[in-house]
Design a protein around this ligand. Structure first.
Ligand code: SF4
Length: 240
């Protein structure tokens, strides 16, 4: 999110947020370095960069299993969507699963068939938790900082939590998720549990859950030295 916030125009913010979300996996310092190089190549104008389609400046840039061609094609895909009016109009539908499934189907239709590239385009239909896409939607829809609140057609009440292994682990400990695997069903189950506490904005607890999961502070049981100061004690069976 820090990358998208560097830019002032909504078009630049949307493109920057999309690229940052798609590469947001693994260690933050590693994907952060890749994004620094990508945005340096874009020379402060990511929307114009992806629209232009000249990606020679990305030569040699890769991340994990994504070779340079994947990053070039990801920028090309962002340019294609931007030329068609942006991402928001792709996310129409009754619920988030439907919105995501339709958008991914559209993108898959014109995306390169390379298996490494297809990893950018999972689907709820395949059981994926859609963590990076839910992160992108969160940044576009929620209005509270650091989220950008650029889209008006999507209510924060309909977002699904970006579920990674840390959030999944802590949510299981808290009794908020019963599913054994961190897929789409678990993300929806956790979001529904959080919506009982705050129906209009269930993702307000996302950062606290992620921090708790990453820090490893939670012992999964009542600890008088930790629980009284825990940021999610109100939603935890051990914290109340
Ligand atoms: S209140 Fe205690 S048990 Fe519950 S999540 Fe926080 S640290 Fe973990």
């Amino acid at each position: 999110m820090r990358f998208a916030r560097r830019f002032s125009s909504p078009a630049d913010q949307e493109v920057a947020a999309f690229l940052a979300a798609m590469l947001a996996f693994g260690r933050v310092e590693l994907f952060g370095a890749v994004l620094e190089r990508l945005f340096a190549a874009a020379e402060g104008q990511p929307a114009a960069f992806v629209a232009r389609g000249d990606f020679r400046a990305l030569r040699g840039l890769y991340y994990r299993w994504h070779p340079t061609e994947d990053i070039v094609d990801l920028c090309g895909l962002a340019g294609q969507v931007a030329r068609a009016g942006g991402f928001e109009r792709m996310f129409l539908g009754r619920d988030t699963a439907e919105r995501l499934t339709r958008a991914i189907d559209q993108l898959r239709a014109s995306a390169p068939p390379r298996p490494s590239f297809r990893r950018f385009l999972p689907s709820p239909r395949d059981g994926s938790a859609m963590k990076r896409w839910c992160l992108f939607l969160r940044w576009m829809v929620r209005t509270e900082a650091p989220d950008l609140g650029l889209w008006q057609s999507f209510s924060p009440a309909h977002l699904v939590i970006p579920l990674d292994t840390h959030v999944f682990r802590i949510s299981r400990l808290l009794g908020l998720v019963s599913r054994a695997t961190p897929g789409w069903s678990a993300a929806v189950e956790l979001t529904a549990a959080l919506a009982k506490l705050h129906p209009a904005d269930p993702l307000r607890y996302d950062f606290a859950l992620a921090h708790l999961g990453i820090s490893g502070e939670c012992r999964g049981r009542r600890d008088e030295g930790i629980c009284p100061a825990c940021p999610v004690r109100e939603i935890c069976v051990h914290g109340r």
